[in-house]
Design a protein around this ligand. Structure first.
Ligand SMILES: Nc1nc2c(ncn2[C@@H]2O[C@H](COP(=O)(O)OP(=O)(O)OP(=O)(O)O)[C@@H](O)[C@H]2O)c(=O)[nH]1
Length: 393
């Protein structure tokens, strides 16, 4: 990741917001988008679906993109990007600029039920063309509450779709036989992705359309409020404690509360998805942050699913830096004009797969300590050199 010179609002927020709708096969994606299309506020929205004709789009702009993927040089399938999606979005943007199609204001992408949201998200963060034209406003993941446990046991994609989400909507609760179905699914999901907002689909077109066209958080807009995006508020939704600068985001499965203790324990963690919040009271210097992020990227590499956070940088105490990443890619840092409230702590949420929670925690903790020590030692060294008789000053 590059830490760029501070240029608040340098790129403004002119990029077109994209809402990515994901969810396992049959979770209700098409039904949701079709419901939204009945609302007038979708008139300036382009809907891109994987399969042509999947959504009835009589009066809508429409773009199709087939399922081809490109395997990048390192051959890692997690890095495949949907080049046709990138091409489609590029064409749409330039057609819009040239007046060949109406000036749409939003894009909604319905990804295939088996798609890896990480690859699509990464395309927006890494693809130079897309990055300048579009931004991901929100990743909305639908979860079929009836089939969730079966599906999540069998299909990793379903878990990763939840792990990548900013918002999660439960569907089919009307079909659930168990009275506590909602509570159980919510518990699993909060465990996988403590930073996501969880709700139930209200099938009224207006509210769905509003959700799909919401501007979301634009990290390039210096005036944007990051709180809903990060979902870390004063009461700290992630459950991290102030007494420890590093805390684990998981809920304690054994604690009393609204958990149903008659339910057999569900080992989602056996699936290897972990989340962790790095909380830090002391500001980081730019170099420390670079060191920390490089270390995280090198050591966690393919295990990283999603990273997002606000960082207090020592050189710029009045302005938080925003970092975000998908898979091993950490996106260029941007700056907000001011802190959204009095909480000036660095807060970075990590969602990983394939690394044990304890190991993750230890690694980030260690990297942070090494980074602090290295830079403190370097500062001391430079002070000593300056004050010594043979020093430069
Ligand atoms: N009763 C009920 N049915 C639902 C609900 N959500 C979706 N369905 C039904 O579930 C079926 C699958 O919904 P789709 O919208 O096609 O699901 P999808 O996610 O687009 O499916 P794929 O395209 O296969 O990935 C349809 O018959 C919907 O009517 C819900 O909340 N309640």
């Amino acid at each position: 990741m590059r830490t760029e010179p501070k240029t608040p609002a340098a790129r403004g927020s002119g990029r077109i917001p994209v809402t990515l709708v994901t969810g396992f096969l049959g979770s209700g994606k098409t039904t949701l988008i079709n419901a939204a299309l009945r609302a007038p506020q979708m008139a300036r929205t382009v809907v891109v679906v994987n399969e042509f004709g999947e959504v009835g789009l009589d009066h809508q702009l429409f773009a199709s993109s087939s399922d081809s993927v490109v395997v990048l040089e390192n051959g890692c399938l997690c890095c495949t990007v949907r080049s046709d999606l990138v091409g489609t979005l590029n064409t749409l943007f330039h057609d819009r600029e040239a007046g060949r199609i109406p000036a749409f204001e939003n894009v909604v992408i319905e990804s295939s039920g088996l798609a890896e949201p990480g690859a699509v998200l990464q395309a927006f963060l890494s693809e130079p063309t897309l990055d300048g034209l579009y931004r991901v406003a929100s990743v909305v993941t639908l979860v079929d509450a009836v089939n969730w446990r079966d599906t999540s046991e069998r299909h990793d994609e379903a878990l990763r779709q939840v792990a990548f989400a900013d918002q999660i909507l439960l569907t089919k609760l009307d079909l659930a036989k168990r009275a506590n179905a909602e509570a159980l699914v919510r518990r699993d999901i909060a465990d996988l992705n403590p930073g996501a907002e969880i709700g139930i689909v209200d099938w009224t077109p207006g509210p769905i359309a509003a959700m799909l066209t919401a501007p979301g958080f634009d990290a390039a807009d210096a005036k944007a409020d990051p709180r809903p995006w990060l979902r870390l508020t004063g009461d700290d939704k992630h459950g991290a404690d102030d007494h420890d600068e590093h805390d684990h985001a998981h809920h304690d499965h054994d604690h009393a509360g609204d958990h149903d203790h008659h339910e057999p324990h569900y080992h989602l963690r056996g699936k290897g998805i972990e989340s962790f919040v790095l909380l830090r009271e002391n500001p980081l210097s730019r170099d420390e942050l670079q060191f920390l992020l490089d270390g995280i990227s090198q050591n966690l590499g393919p295990s990283l699913l999603r990273v997002k956070g606000l960082v207090n940088i020592a050189e710029e105490p009045g302005q938080p830096a925003v970092i975000q990443g998908a898979q091993h890619l950490l996106h260029t840092m941007t700056w907000l004009e001011k802190w959204p409230d009095d909480d000036r702590r660095t807060r970075i949420v990590f969602i990983t797969q394939g690394i044990a929670g304890e190991e993750l925690r230890e690694m980030i903790y260690l990297l942070d300590r090494v980074s602090q020590r290295t830079f403190k030692a370097r500062e001391r060294g430079s002070r000593l050199r300056q004050s010594s008789p043979g020093g430069r000053n």
